[in-house]
Design a protein. Structure first.
Length: 130
């Protein structure tokens, strides 16, 4: 089982950001998830000329984890080329609600202000559920 600090998870997200395919927006994003059993999965945003076919870094990382059988996300780190706090979009927040509990942690980084940490229920307090 891997144990990572928040900064190490942020670093993994920056590594993933280098693989971003973003020829249209020119906005590179990276993400890294830590599963409840200590596995790490990373992702980047992947754009398509048909924007609806684009996928965010957060969902890429989550879907990689889920496709390998890890459905419990403990932490999610998100970074972007701006090196400022980059928050997840609404669609990513909804996907996160499927695989993170209310106490799951979202970690954001800003070169000037450092790391911010949020519990999942702080960024999406009333998610859609059945």
């Amino acid at each position: 089982m891997i144990s990572l600090t928040n900064q190490q998870l942020i670093n993994k997200a920056y590594e993933a950001m280098n693989n971003s395919y973003s020829p249209y927006s020119k906005f590179k994003v990276g993400a890294a998830v830590l599963t409840s059993d200590g596995q790490v999965y990373t992702g980047c945003n992947i754009e398509n000329v048909s924007y609806g076919a684009t996928i965010c870094a957060e969902r890429t990382a989550i879907f990689k984890a889920v496709s390998e059988g890890h459905t419990k996300i403990q932490k999610l780190a998100i970074v972007s080329m701006t090196r400022k706090y980059t928050y997840p979009c609404g669609m990513c927040r909804q996907v996160m609600s499927e695989f993170m509990d209310e106490e799951g942690i979202i970690i954001l980084s800003d070169d000037e202000y450092g790391l911010k940490e949020y519990r999942f229920n702080e960024i999406l307090p009333y998610c859609f559920s059945l």
